[in-house]
Design a protein around this ligand. Structure first.
Ligand code: TMP
Length: 213
């Protein structure tokens, strides 16, 4: 049996991740791909991870140190990788994950200033150095992301950061793309949702053909 694929979706706040995830979910199922359901999200995706997520997003922990934040992100990830992702890939199933380690490089690295070497070290042992087969980055200016989000409910602890934080996050995501252009597919989040989905599906085609779908 061939190994499954790990596909991850990244992007700033308000970039349309949920809409694209729903579209990709439907597309992959239509091609007969056995997906892990519910689609995992990060931080989260396991009982422990969801509990850690609640802490990470809670305003009660407004003063959380960047070090604690980074370790909590990887605590959730360590659990998800071992309990969900690795067993699924070994069984030939595909994992479509709402964020993964690139988010730690972007938010804790770019946003909070944690050194990339420190994140890389955690990635190696806590996340078993697991790398996605394909990563979509929904790219949107901070200004537009904020405008789109303004109609939604209360912002969580991380969403409440200032624009300069999200500018650093966006720059760090783009730096990741420059380092590994072959893994990433950057999608312009200003395009209509159907066009974004079409571009993403086109990028999936080689992976689907590879399995004879
Ligand atoms: P979400 O809003 O996309 O569900 O993600 C939850 C928040 O967690 C979002 O603000 C991004 C942030 N995050 C990090 O800061 N580092 C990480 O490693 C991950 C996975 C998410």
């Amino acid at each position: 049996m061939s190994r499954g694929r790990l596909i991850t979706l990244e992007g700033g706040e308000g970039a349309g991740k949920s809409t694209l995830l729903a579209g990709l979910h439907a597309h992959l199922e239509a091609h007969g791909v056995a997906l892990v359901l519910p689609l995992p999200r990060e931080p989260g995706g396991t009982d422990l991870g969801e509990a850690v997520r609640a802490m990470l997003l809670d305003h009660a922990f407004r003063g959380m140190s960047p070090e604690a934040e980074l370790l909590l992100m990887f605590a959730a990830r360590a659990e998800l990788v071992r309990k969900v992702i690795v067993p699924a890939l070994a069984a030939g199933r595909w994992v479509l994950c709402d964020r993964f380690t690139d988010a730690s490089y972007a938010y804790q690295g770019g946003g909070r200033g944690q050194p990339a070497a420190r994140i890389r070290e955690l990635e190696r042992w806590a996340a078993l150095d697991l790398q996605p087969d394909l990563t979509f980055l929904l790219d949107l200016s901070v200004e537009e992301g904020r405008a789109r989000r303004s109609g939604r409910g209360d912002a969580d602890r991380i969403e409440s950061e200032e624009d300069a934080f999200f500018e650093r996050v966006r720059a760090a995501y783009r730096a990741r793309v420059a380092e590994e252009p072959q893994r990433f597919r950057v999608l312009d989040a200003r395009a209509p949702a159907a066009a974004v989905l079409d571009a993403a599906c086109a990028a999936l085609r080689p992976l689907l053909e590879d399995r004879g779908a």
